[in-house]
Design a binder for this molecule. Structure first.
Ligand SMILES: [Zn+2]
Length: 257
């Protein structure tokens, strides 16, 4: 533990020691949101993931640049593409938060949107099985249509993992950014203190293997965020999302044309 960066040691040291004593380590997975295109920031993210051999779930928006995004990521075996909403457009009435699906949307419309979006991925040779609703706004109507779709897992924010009608739920819990007044680094102390709380909950409940999800947004990272992630990923091992929800990757050849 002496090689841990000082702030990691100060905040997490005693808790990590308790885990080590029990022969355990936190189970982490990594979700990054809002990929639309192959950008410089995406290159930085992919290099980070490669450098630390950290499997990455990239929640991607199906737009005009999806083919290029796919051709850039298909040579990165540690990267999984997930569906990040239909168009990632906020449709909530003003003052009621953010979300793409609103209360008055019926399930037929949502089913059609989902099918069309997943089809956009299939057309460029990707078979996503995870859906990440924009702004983590998971509406009940969406959960209703998922069981008869190609999607087998969903990811929001801060809930425990679960399963409903054969669809797994695996959330993110640790947002590296804070959003009030524009996205910026949350700060090591705040981030790690939250991680300590999540670890204490899991240890006390004996749920050592309950995953903890790291959440990043590569387009919004400042220098301090990148630096922190470098240290974080050098310290902790990350598990692939598909492994945590009991899936193996579908071979591209198996996709329907
Ligand atoms: Zn988003």
């Amino acid at each position: 533990m002496s090689r841990l960066p000082i702030v990691f040691r100060l905040v997490l040291g005693p808790e990590l020691a308790l885990w080590a004593k029990a022969g355990r380590a936190p189970v982490l997975w990594w979700r990054d949101d809002d990929a639309r295109a192959a950008t410089g920031a995406l290159e930085q993210l992919l290099a980070l993931s490669r450098r630390h051999q950290a499997p990455l779930t990239l929640a991607a928006i199906a737009g005009p640049s999806l083919p290029l995004l796919v051709s850039r990521t298909e040579t990165e075996p540690q990267v999984e593409l997930a569906v990040h909403g239909f168009k990632h457009v906020n449709r909530q009435p003003q003052g009621q938060g953010f979300g793409e699906i609103i209360d008055s949307d019926d399930t037929d419309w949502i089913r059609a949107q989902l099918r069309a979006t997943v089809m956009q991925f299939h057309r460029v040779g990707v078979a996503p099985t995870l859906f990440v609703p924009p702004w983590n706004n998971l509406k009940p109507q969406l959960l209703e249509v998922l069981p008869d779709s190609a999607i087998t897992a969903v990811s929001g924010f801060d809930q425990a993992s679960s399963e409903r009608d054969g669809v797994k739920r695996l959330d993110a819990h640790l947002d590296v950014l804070r959003w009030k007044g524009g996205g910026r680094f949350r700060g090591s102390w705040r981030f790690l203190s939250r991680m300590r709380r999540l670890m204490i909950q899991r240890r006390k409940a004996g749920q050592w293997d309950e995953p903890i999800g790291l959440l990043t947004h590569h387009l919004d990272h400042d220098k301090a965020t990148w630096l922190f992630l470098e240290r974080f990923l050098a310290t902790f091992r990350v598990t692939a999302r598909r492994q945590l929800t009991g899936e193996t990757a579908a071979p591209i050849e198996a996709l329907s044309a």
